[in-house]
Design a protein around this ligand. Sequence first.
Ligand code: NAP
Length: 259
Amino acid sequence: MDLGIRGKRALVCASSKGLGLGCAEALAEAGVDLVMNARGAEALEAAAADIRARFGVDVVTVACDVTTAEGQEKLLSAAEGVDILVNNAGGPPPGLWSDWERDDFIAALDANMLTPITLMKAMMPGMIEKGWGRVVNITSQSVKAPIAVLGLSNSARAGLTGYVAGTARQVAEHGVIINNILPGIHDTDRALSLDTGVSQQQGIDLTQARANREATIPARRYGTRQEFGATCAFLCSQHAGFIVGQNILLDGGATNATL
Ligand code: NAP
């Protein structure tokens, strides 16, 4: 399917690895020029070089922390006038409800709620002016069904989801379409670190920790970054103009719900 976005330009935050990289690759395959970002320059440059070589698109890299004001300033200047924004950042650490203090919540809100809101607020006026734009926020399955140890994530992402629900309906008339993708477990470094934690806690090896988790998923496997990226690229495509403010769950059926 032709996604109809060849020649457009996208900022994909936190995209040297994992789900962000999957989105960058799928957009590049559709002919979209990219601004890619991560904190670590080495992996970022390697990912950008690989994408340039495979898809022949223009890729600008900005090595910075997207959750800081300085990082956001750098990104906004490199990505001025983009048509597509994919919001992403690392997830907050796991823990117990009684351990989290105000500062822990502020950090989680900054990274996973206020950062995407800041970037949307800065970039959507340009999209509105052009009468076309796409925003995809990478959130989490935990928005739909809480993961108790990820209480900081549950809280911050719920806040972002509420903001998007209203805002998406305010900007849609200008051709600017905002949606969220909710990943369940995907085969990335984040999943590896979650499984490592489980294996240490339960005294089992890593392969067993993964197998135990896979057994809880109706698809009996982890998602791939390529599948995730393909959904993201579709939501950024010409065909997605009537999908407004939705929360698309990619979890292999793990969330047991009818709707
Ligand atoms: P990942 O494999 O660990 O990749 C994270 C990517 O983001 C890397 O490129 C990393 O590069 C970059 N990054 C992290 N923090 C950043 C920051 N502050 N500024 C700029 N770049 C940053 O993680 P992932 O699995 O793709 O997860 C992406 C998001 O989806 C996370 O918020 C995660 O909580 C959420 N999620 C993931 C899963 C899953 O199963 N994978 C499930 C539910 C939710 P640097 O470290 O070099 O900055």
